[in-house]
Ligand binder design. Sequence first.
Ligand code: HMG
Ligand code: MG
Length: 297
Amino acid sequence: TRPVRVTLYEVGPRDGLQSEAVTVPTPVKIDLINRLSRSGLTHIETASFVAPKWVPQMADAEEVMAGIARDKRVTYSALTPNLTGYGRAVSVGVDRVAIFASASESFSHKNINASIADSLIRFAPVLTAAKTDHVPVRAYVSCAIACPYEGRIAPEAVLNVAQQLIDMGCYEVALSDTTGAGTPADMARLLDHVLPHIPADRLAVHVHDTYGQALANILTALDYGIATFDSSVGGLGGCPYAPGASGNVATEDLLYMLNGLGIESGVDLEAIIETAWFISDALGRPPRSKLALATGR
Ligand code: HMG
Ligand code: MG
């Protein structure tokens, strides 16, 4: 059954900006996060503490985290691929960290330069340190439906990685349609496979809207009882190591649907639309969301 209340996990400052070719000035990133903090969002992924050689856009992660006006109601998280990243993240006081694995071997190699098995070995010390520090760890499973290099991925492979991440101590696994190729049939097949083993309250759904399927996939996941959804203000986003993949589902488009369904999120739609225009103006192009375009400024 559909939840009456959901959590939106805003990934705009991270997934949204990570593949922008032009360096976004640090003050713009800080302003973006501060605006999002005032919108009623409770979860914001602010940055990635990854190797700057791999993702130059995220090289200022410390400055961004240190520069924001932290709101007590908001949980600020960041990606940490290894212990180095974890150390950087906690040094600037992130509330939660996120590790990221893949259900596809090819994507795992391209994105984090390791096999799936080796990546889990690399994440283990992050989980150990986080446990000591009482820092909750989220996990992503990329290519939960398809891989940019291998095509369709079997739900068995997704469950296998997701289960290992839960067993390692992650509080939540975000099943991620990295390429946005999934349809509601794929989402249903995936959840049919995963939910008997991992309960809905330990899962999130992270969809990209490359093929216009994002809202349909989220509606499907809602009917399976999933209650945490990742989205990106203005529909920004894409992974630098997933060629052709476009933005995450736009936070404002998702909110409009949730409001229509009477599902509470606590997020102010107007504030998100204004923020979508703010960041789009800063990037010098119109927002990608239907809603920002339909309603104007
Ligand atoms: P590597 O080259 O195998 O690692 O990369 P390494 O340990 O050999 O390190 C290479 C250099 O990076 C060294 O510096 C390290 O010190 C440095 P050098 O000696 O050459 O000067 N280094 C670091 N510096 C700062 N912070 C760190 C760090 N780690 C190493 N944390 C590595 C392996 C995992 C580091 C690399 O592949 C990486 O950073 N990958 C991240 C790629 C990425 O951020 N992708 C996008 C995010 S995932 C995504 O978007 C999908 C998601 O949205 C879900 C979905 O939609 O599917 C989450
Ligand atoms: Mg993503």
